[in-house]
Design a protein around this ligand. Structure first.
Ligand code: FE2
Ligand code: FE2
Length: 173
């Protein structure tokens, strides 16, 4: 650590949050593996991309801290959940994770507000918006998996899931 220019409480919240993003990356990787193993290649591909996005989220916070004179501390990451019973479990797990992540972002933002830390507030604005999108695709994913009530419907959904969740699925084509 050189000459840190960040309030201690904000630093601890951003450190917690960047490790949360890395934990999410690990969790999405496990979901991608579960899906690939069950031949849900569309879901596997989507979760693989999510895993990389979560890595990028962590990088955003890491770069912010370095710019402010702090060497970010990486924590140990526990093994993610891997014993899903069905695709619906996977979808619901992703949703629960994103909801928890939103809570984490809001907690970090509250610390930045309380400390009048304007740079951290601006950093977190991006994350607050991002979580609105993340919760939206999770909701759509859970609904679509719930609607696919037979193996054939799930296979069909797998073929289209990336396009749906990327926001191009309105035509249902
Ligand atoms: Fe994230
Ligand atoms: Fe996310």
């Amino acid at each position: 650590m050189r000459n840190p220019k960040i309030p201690a409480k904000v630093l601890s919240e951003l450190t917690r949050q960047l490790n949360h993003e890395l934990t999410a990356a690990h969790a999405y990787h496990a979901m991608a593996i579960w899906c690939a193993d069950r031949n849900f290649s569309g879901f596997a591909s989507y979760f693989t991309r999510q895993s990389k996005e979560e890595q990028e989220h962590a990088e955003r916070i890491i770069n912010h801290l370095i710019d402010r004179g702090v060497q970010p501390e990486l924590a140990a990451i526990p093994a993610p959940k891997q014993d899903f019973k069905a695709l619906l479990d996977v979808a619901k797990h992703a949703q629960a994770m994103e909801r928890a992540n939103t809570e984490g972002i809001h907690t970090a933002y509250e610390a930045a507000l309380a400390a009048k830390d304007y740079p951290a507030q601006v950093l977190l604005h991006w994350f607050i918006n991002e979580q609105v999108e993340e919760e939206a695709w999770c909701q759509e994913m859970v609904e679509r998996v719930q609607e696919a009530t037979c193996a054939g419907a799930l296979t069909d959904l797998d073929r289209h899931i990336e396009r749906y969740l990327d926001g191009e699925g309105e035509d249902e084509g």
